[in-house]
Design a protein around this ligand. Sequence first.
Ligand SMILES: [Zn+2]
Length: 270
Amino acid sequence: MSRRQVVVKCIAAVILILLLAVSVAGTRAVAGRQYPADRLTEVPVLNYHMVEDLNISLALSPEQFEEQIRYLAENDYHTITPDQLLDYLENGTSLPDKAVMITFDDGYLDNYTKAYPILKKYGFTATIFVVTSMVGTDPRFLTWDEIREMQQNGFVFGSHTVNHVAVTTISSQQVLTELVESSKVIEAELGAKPKYFAYPTGAYNRQTAQLVKTAGYKAAFTIRYGRAGVESDHFAIERIPIFRSAKTFRSFYYRLTAAPLLERLGIIRN
Ligand SMILES: [Zn+2]
C-alpha cells in the first residue's frame, strides 16, 4: 500500500467514526434534555396508501402488506390509536411494549376490502385519513357504511381535507375551509369531530400547522421521515412512509427498525 492509500484509508475511517459519533450523539440529544427513561420511547407511525395489485409505489399487493403485518405480529408489536400516542406524548401515559401506529392516507376502497381483513386477522387496528369529497361518491374510495363498520372495530378516522389539496398552496381562508368542512362532514357521518389530520402530500409549514390547531384538531401527521417521540411537534408528527419497491419487505424492515440511525446518516430521505 502506498503512503497515499494509507492516508485515504485513514481519512475514510475518521469520517466513518465521525458519522457514527454524530448518530450516537443525536440519540443522546433527547436524553440530554433529562427526560426519564420511559419518555424516550419513539413510536414508528407507518404510512400506507393502497393495498392493491397495482404496480405503483403507493400500492402494496395484499401479499406484501400481509408479510409486513405478519412480521409485526410475530415480533410482538402492538398497534396503538392516535389517542394513545398523544396521551403518551403529552402526559407520559405508558404505551404497550413495541407500540406501532398503522396509518393510511386518502381512504381507498382497498383499505376496507384488502387491508381490513388482514389487520383483523392479526388483531391490529389502523387510523385512516379520508378525503371527504371522495367518500361515498367515487367508487375507488370508501363509503361511510364501510367506515362506520371499521370504526366499530377500533379503527380511527381522521381528515385529509375535503379535496386533497396541499395546504401550503392555498390561502389561509381556503385552508380553514378545507379543515373545517371536512371535520363537519366526518362529525355528521360518524357522530364526533375528527381529532387528527394528515397533510395531503405531506406539505405543511408553521402557518398551516397553526391553522390545523385553530380548526380544532388535536394533532397532525406529516410524511416527514422519522418516529414520533417526546420532542415531536404535535402538529407535524413524523411518519415512516412504506412503498412498493423491488425489495418491498427489506425496505419496510430497515425503515421500521433502523429509521432514526439511517435518517441521521442521510441514508433514508423522503
Ligand atoms: Zn394523500
